[in-house]
Ligand binder design. Structure first.
Ligand SMILES: [Zn+2]
Length: 485
C-alpha cells in the first residue's frame, strides 16, 4: 500500500515549534558499517531484480527462496527459516530469531510483503526490474513499496545474528505474498493457518507510516496505529422491465437512486478511539484558533457535536471521525428503449475499527429501508455474498509505550525534533488481518520521503539513497531495543 499519509496540511505549522528535547544525539546511534551497508544494498538489488508481481512473469517464491538461502548460509537453524504457503508461486518466508533462554514476553513480528505492483518497461524511464543507482536515488519497482524495508529487515536480522546478539524474546520476520493483490494473501493465510508461527505481542509493519519531508526538512513521523477496514457492497434493484414507451412508477434506476440519495445525505455516527484521540490531541497543540478549539472540544466528555460537525467538513478529518460509505460505481439498464431490469451500484465503505462489515451491511439495509433492494458484500476476490464477515478489527489499545518509546527516541536521533504522531490509516494493509486476530499492529517504515515524491505503485519509483541508510540504522537499533524486553 501507499506509505505516506495526508495529514501534512494539518501539521504544516508544526515545524515552527522548536521544542526542546532531551534527545540522544544522532552520533550516538550505532551506524551500519560499510560492509553492513554493502550487504543491505546487495539484498535490496537482488530483491528489486526478482519480479514478484502477481503476473505470469512474477514469483514471490523466487524472492522468498533467495532470502531463505541467505538466512541458511548465515547459520540460522533450518527449523527457524520456514518457507510455506498455499501456492507454489506464493510461498511466504517466516524467520524466527530465537531468544536466549525462556522468554518472558511474546515475540515481536516484523511483517513485510514481498510482492509488488506490476510495472511496464514501456512506461518507465529505466527497466523497473533493474536496480538502478542514479543521482542519489535507487530506482526500481518496489524501492518505496516495500522492498526497501524487506531488504532493511533481512539485513538487520543477518547483522544482529553475525554480531551474536541474543534477544530476550523471539523476533520474527515474515516476508509474505499477495498484499497488493492476488488470491493468496500471505499475512491472512499465516495468521489463519499457522498462528503459532506468527503469534506475537504486536506487529511492526513497515508498509505504512514514515517521515514526511518538505525540502529536506522532516515535518512529521507518522505511525499507523490502527486502520479502517475496507469493504465493498453491491446494491441491486431489479424490475420486470418492459417497453420504455409504457413507463410505470416502479423503476429499478429510480429505486436505486432513491437509496443512493439517502446514502449521500447520511453520516455514520461520530466516534473516537485511543489512536484518534491521541492524534487530535497532538494536532490541537500545533493548530490554532477555531480548529484547535474544535479538536479539543470533540475530546471533551460529552463531545461537542457542533465542533465535530465543523471538523467533519474537512474530508481527512471526517474520515478519522466515523465510518464512511460512498457510491463509487454505477451500472444500469440494457437498452435505450427498454425499462431497466437491473440497476446496480458499488458502495465502498471504510469501517471504523470495532465494527464488522456485516454490522455496516445491516445499517445500509436499514438506511435504504427498501425490501426490494439487495445489499450484498463483495469480497476482495470479487465474490458476491448475501452476508458480510462478522469479524471486527479490534478497537485499538492506547499506543503501546514499549513500542512508541524506542520508536520516538530512535526517530529523534535520526531526524531531531520531528514529532512522532500515531494515526488511523484510511487505507488498508496486511495489518488488518492481525488486528482482526486481536494483535495490535504499528505501521512505520522509517523511510523519509519528500511530500511530492510518493511514487509507490507509480512509474519511476525511487528511494533516496540516504533514506535507505537511515532506515538501516533505525531498524537495527529498534529491533535490538524491542528484543530487550
Ligand atoms: Zn505496500
Amino acid at each position: 500500500m501507499h506509505r505516506l499519509c495526508a495529514v501534512t496540511a494539518a501539521v504544516s505549522a508544526l515545524v515552527a515549534l522548536a521544542m526542546a528535547h532531551a534527545a540522544l544525539a544522532q552520533s550516538s546511534l550505532p551506524h551500519a558499517s560499510a560492509a553492513d551497508q554493502a550487504e543491505a544494498i546487495a539484498i535490496f538489488k537482488q530483491l528489486i531484480e526478482i519480479n514478484t508481481t502477481d503476473t505470469p512473469q512474477g514469483s514471490v517464491t523466487a524472492g522468498t527462496e533467495a532470502m531463505q538461502k541467505r538466512f541458511l548460509d548465515a547459520g540460522f537453524p533450518p527449523e527457524d527459516v520456514r518457507l510455506l504457503g498455499p501456492d507454489p508461486r506464493k510461498q511466504n518466508l517466516v524467520v524466527r530469531y530465537r531468544a536466549e533462554g525462556t522468554p518472558n514476553e511474546k515475540p515481536v513480528l516484523f511483517l513485510c510483503h514481498m510482492d509488488v505492483v506490476q510495472a511496464l518497461r514501456s512506461d518507465w524511464t529505466t527497466d523497473p526490474f533493474q536496480f538502478v543507482e542514479k543521482d542519489g536515488y535507487y530506482y526500481g519497482r518496489g524501492t518505496q513499496d516495500m522492498k526497501d524495508s524487506d531488504a532493511a529487515l533481512v539485513a538487520t536480522f543477518l547483522r544482529l545474528h553475525r554480531e551474536g546478539y541474543k534477544p530476550k524474546r523471539d523476533l520474527i520476520l515474515a516476508l509474505t505474498a499477495d498484499e497488493e493483490g492476488g488470491k493468496f494473501n500471505g499475512a491472512k493465510w499465516l495468521v489463519e493457518q499457522h498462528r503459532d508461527l506468527v503469534d506475537a505481542a504486536y506487529v511492526i509493519n513497515p508498509d505504512s507510516g514514515g517521515v514526511e519531508l518538505d525540502h529536506g526538512r522532516a515535518l512529521v513521523a507518522d505511525v499507523e496505529a490502527t486502520e479502517k477496514v475496507y469493504s465493498d457492497f453491491q446494491v441491486t434493484a431489479t424490475n420486470r422491465g418492459g417497453h420504455s414507451s409504457l413507463p410505470r412508477p416502479d423503476n429499478a434506476i429510480y429505486e436505486l437512486m432513491a437509496a443512493l440519495d439517502k446514502l449521500a445525505a447520511y453520516k455514520f455516527p461520530f466516534e473516537l478511539n485511543e489512536v484518534t484521540r491521541t492524534y487530535f490531541r497532538n494536532l490541537a497543540a500545533r493548530e490554532s484558533g477555531q480548529r484547535a478549539a474544535d479538536m479539543l472540544a470533540i475530546l471533551a466528555t460529552p463531545p461537542d457535536m457542533a465542533a465535530a460537525a465543523r471538523l467533519s467538513e474537512e474530508p481527512s478529518f471526517n474520515s478519522n471521525l466515523r465510518t464512511t460509505c460512498v457510491a463509487t460505481r454505477l451500472n444500469a439498464g440494457h437498452a435505450n428503449n427498454a425499462l431497466p431490469q437491473t440497476a446496480q451500484a458499488i458502495v465502498n465503505c471504510r469501517i471504523f475499527p470495532g465494527h464488522s462489515p456485516e454490522e455496516i451491511r445491516q445499517q445500509l439495509v436499514a438506511l435504504f429501508a427498501d425490501p426490494k433492494l439487495a445489499v450484498q458484500y463483495v469480497s476482495n476476490e470479487g465474490e458476491v455474498m448475501n452476508t458480510a464477515p462478522d469479524r471486527k478489527a479490534i478497537s485499538p489499545p492506547p499506543p503501546l509505550p514499549e513500542v512508541f518509546g524506542p520508536l520516538t527516541r530512535i526517530t529523534d536521533a535520526i531526524w531531531p525534533g520531528v514529532p512522532v504522531t500515531p494515526i488511523m490509516e484510511n487505507g488498508a494493509s496486511d495489518s488488518v488481518y492481525f488486528a482482526q486476530a486481536g494483535i495490535p499492529s504499528y505501521g512505520y517504515s522509517a523511510i523519509a520521503l519528500e511530500l511530492d515524491d510518493d511514487r509507490a505503485h507509480g512509474k519511476d519509483e525511487r528511494l533516496p539513497m540516504d533514506s535507505f541508510t537511515k532506515s538501516l540504522d533505525f531498524f537495527y537499533s529498534f529491533a535490538k531495543e524491542l528484543g530487550e524486553k
